[in-house]
Design a protein around this ligand. Structure first.
Ligand code: AMP
Length: 420
């Protein structure tokens, strides 16, 4: 297959220079397809997830377009707005703008909640070219007129499906109402549930579509297994697994922040180097946990789904689903934290009897049956038996099963925002 190079894209020299400095030679598919569309000023729907290179796909052409129409930012305003669901993702996007724009003279700022507003307000006072924001803090600053959006001609919505999960859609609608009607809109989402397709239909103008297959379907380098286990044996199984020297850096997922905190505390008591990451922690504490994990000071990070996307820590050898996610799509995001950049990774999913329904939903979404690790020391025959009878029921009446689980999912979606 012929490979394409960044030099073939119509990017200006200051941007080509950064790409050379950073050894970015070959654009990813979303970059190859998306950059020309964004440079032309057209609207875009990109169906792609973190790890696909989507940040550069929008950051590079936005920087180029803004620098070609250089103008002094107006006080308390921005020329481009990027919305991200979590603080971590907002910080990562902002770092990408600093990096890719390092040879350009554009100002950017990032605002998110959980920290003092003061330095954010100071930065906005002079005006910026690019503002990266989480919805809550942005609305808060808009209400106090610390930022006005009337001059923002470019809007990026990143991880729109995550915004939906976290209950941000009403906030997004209020923010969009404050933007000029004539603007360029770029919309990224890993999945396109109906509510997201509906939102996109309302806010984009004749968009181009790019769909990048999820890396789970296409990357055999993630070795996935399900471990049937009784609830009261889960902790012992986890500790056993963590004692294996191959488990160098493990990201362990729970469904609730309570469980994340509690489990990490219990691991520390067992002398496992561990910390937790969830929505109850301050931004500084979250960043500290991530840094410790990144630097290898801790072996285990116990996290809620807040960390299932956007966290770009290298060399995570294992993702362990201590509890299966309510939303099957989150399984894909969780396990996508390992097996990155061509490396091998392992994803182990604990499944107790009451979680068998979640397992079925995951297998439907990933279109494959997960291999069972039967020889692990805490294998639960009863949970495994529940699974095979659920499988039988689902194949004999798949329509009925899908209907009832669909209702269950929409209920869980409403519930779970505040738990992570
Ligand atoms: P993203 O999907 O935007 O979060 O990017 C995932 C990771 O891939 C980031 O660490 C990027 O710096 C890196 N990356 C993105 N595009 C390229 C590229 N074309 N070549 C090499 N690395 C890239």
């Amino acid at each position: 297959m012929k490979e394409n190079y960044f030099t073939e894209l119509d990017l200006i020299e200051p941007i080509q220079r950064v790409l050379r400095e950073k050894n970015f030679t070959i654009p990813t598919p979303i970059q190859m397809g998306g950059i020309p569309i964004v440079l032309e000023g057209r609207d875009l729907i990109g169906c792609a997830q973190t790890g696909s290179g989507k940040t550069a796909a929008f950051a590079l052409p936005i920087l180029q377009n803004l620098s070609k129409n250089q103008s002094n930012p107006v006080r308390r305003s921005t020329r481009a707005l990027v919305l991200a669901p979590t603080r971590e993702l907002a910080v990562q996007i902002s770092e990408s703008f600093s990096l890719f724009g390092s040879h350009l003279r554009l100002r950017h700022a990032v605002v998110y909640g959980g920290v003092s507003r003061r330095s954010q307000i100071e930065k906005l006072e002079r005006g910026v070219d690019i503002l990266v924001a989480t919805p809550g803090r942005l609305l808060d600053l808009m209400e106090d007129a610390k930022i006005v959006l009337g001059l923002a001609k470019v809007l990026v919505i990143d991880e729109a499906d995550r915004m939906l999960d976290m209950g941000f859609i009403p906030d997004i609608k209020r923010i969009i109402a404050a933007l000029p009607g004539i603007r360029q809109t770029l919309f990224f989402s890993a999945t396109m549930p109906p509510a997201i397709t509906g939102l996109a239909g309302n806010i984009l103008h004749e968009p181009q579509h790019i769909e990048i297959a999820s890396n789970v379907h296409t990357t055999p380098q993630i070795d996935q297994k399900v471990l049937f286990v009784d609830r009261n044996n889960k902790k012992a199984l986890l500790i056993k697994l963590l004692a294996d020297e191959n488990v160098r850096r493990a990201l362990v997922f729970t469904r609730t922040k309570y469980m994340a905190k509690d489990l990490s505390r219990q691991l520390v008591r067992q002398r496992v180097r561990s910390d937790d990451l969830h929505g109850d922690k301050t931004q500084a504490a979250r960043q500290q946990a991530l840094n410790s994990f990144h630097k290898g000071r801790i072996q285990v990070l116990v996290a809620t789904d807040i960390a299932s996307r956007g966290i770009d820590v290298d060399n995570i050898s294992h993702v362990i689903n201590y509890e299966l996610p309510y939303e099957p799509e989150n399984y894909i995001h969780r396990i996508g934290r390992t097996g990155r950049a061509g490396k091998k990774g392992t994803a182990l999913s604990f499944c107790e009897a009451s979680e068998v329904g979640y397992l079925r939903q995951i297998e439907k979404v990933i279109k494959q049956q997960l291999p069972v690790w039967e020889t692990q020391p805490f294998h639960s025959h009863s949970a495994a038996a529940c699974s095979s009878s659920a499988k039988h029921r689902s194949s004999s009446s798949s329509a009925r099963y899908a209907g009832s689980s669909g209702r269950k999912r929409s209920r869980s979606k409403k519930r779970y925002g505040s738990y992570i």
